[in-house]
Design a protein around this ligand. Sequence first.
Ligand code: MRU
Length: 312
Amino acid sequence: MKDMSSLGLRFERGKLFVLDQQLLPHKEVWIECKSPQEMVDLIRRLAVRGAPLIGVAAALELARYHERGASPAAVREAAGMLRAARPTAVNLMAAVDRMLGADDLARMAEKIFDEDVELCENMARHGELLIKDGDRILTHCNTGGLATVGIGTALGVIRKAFENGKRIHVYVDETRPLLQGARLTAWELGKLGIPFTLISDNMAGMLMAQKKIDIAFVGSDRIAANGDAANKIGTYSVAVLAHYHRVPFYVVAPYTTVDKNCPTGADIPIEERNADEVRGASGPRDCAVYNPAFDVTPRKLITALVLDTGLA
Ligand code: MRU
């Protein structure tokens, strides 16, 4: 397989490395993935995360495993494990299924990687037309170069507008409970020199009431056939607020996020994660906790989907 690299994933001379996103922004540590089980663990503990990225990472690991001499049966078993690592992002299942259907695993993994870069460019090209000079943009979670192998979905749109000379300002939801906004989006925007302000999730309503948000962009982990979209927990609240305050609310995603076999948002499996993520270091140890990692925004709250093929 050829060498490939992105902000969070690298394949170099036969070895696969991931940037441990749990340690960002304080430490930049690259971990070598040496087995499918290790990749499953990296995906589960969100060292590798973001819907498109986990699909590409699983594909690269399957190709690497095959290159190292794994039998077809072992590759199939690994594919089953990787497919089940996280339940909501359909990009993961789609990428693994493409690998299983391929004659040449290395070429297919390269194709999935290169395609993701191109899909990001296409979403950005369509989406940035929605942004006006001077816009103040709200975003949630992390949807950039750490969530894809390209420039990102929602964050790719924002980046393209900035690179095209639009004077924008981004409000970044910190994104409780795992702080993908505060830890990852702020890190990416800082590196790119894009002006931003970090807010806690419960401040978005007040900012909208003060007319400080012109437009909102988020990503998605799975879009149902009817247009309902699952994304990081808290996205639905942003959509409701945006609707009330008449702020345009866009969901940016590649075709690999669309699940035609899933009729509505109610059919999207929602991952529930460990209670300690919500408790944090200082929360009570003994109370009941509910920790769904994603919520579903109904299509009627979405102004439009920004897909790689254009607006829908
Ligand atoms: O749990 P995570 O951090 O993997 O969740 C990521 C998101 O919800 C993103 O918004 C989504 O994957 C789309 S971004 C490319």
